[in-house]
Design a protein around this ligand. Structure first.
Ligand SMILES: [Zn+2]
Length: 169
């Protein structure tokens, strides 16, 4: 138990996540964003546990323009819910917007969904489909300075949270 980081070098570790799709339940009403936050936190917990991480410092989320999620509400919900979990307490949620793009099957072009909707601005066809812009995906999770692999060779990984299983009802 050498005290917690004196002048200990802080470094951030990125857990390279294969882009992780979150299954969204779209029936959330006003609790929509909170429901999404719970999904995110649960995913973060799972990934963190699988990697022996006890704390995360930030979570970067890809948020599609037409995902139906309001970033401000999401951030509020995150702050409220994340601070109640030791693993995400104080962690920042970084939202990276993803532009919505629609593809036209008639002329083969792509265009901005938000601006033109379902009708292709090039040829007027309605045979179009959304290419991207609905995603709500965790892109990256960062942790503070607790990677024993790099700095502190023999830090015996003290019992992770077997005694403290986190669950979201
Ligand atoms: Zn077209």
């Amino acid at each position: 138990m050498a005290g917690k980081g004196t002048a200990q070098t802080r470094f951030r570790r990125s857990l390279a996540l294969s882009l992780h799709r979150i299954n969204l339940c779209r029936k959330g009403f006003d609790l929509h964003e909170l429901g999404i936050v719970y999904h995110i936190i649960r995913d973060v917990e799972n990934v963190a546990r699988a990697n022996g991480v006890r704390r995360v410092s930030s979570v970067t989320l890809l948020l599609g323009e037409v995902s139906g999620v309001v970033p401000d509400l999401l951030l509020d919900a995150w702050r409220w819910a994340a601070d109640k979990k030791s693993i995400t307490e104080g962690a920042e949620l970084i939202v990276e917007p993803v532009e919505a793009v629609t593809h036209c099957e008639a002329c083969g072009r792509d265009y901005a969904t938000v601006e033109y909707g379902k009708t292709c601005p090039q040829c007027g066809s309605g045979e179009t489909y959304l290419l991207q812009g609905q995603e709500v995906m965790i892109k990256q999770i960062e942790t503070p300075d607790e990677d024993p692999a790099d700095t502190v060779p023999d830090d015996p990984s003290d019992a992770v949270d077997a005694a403290n299983p986190l669950h979201i009802a």
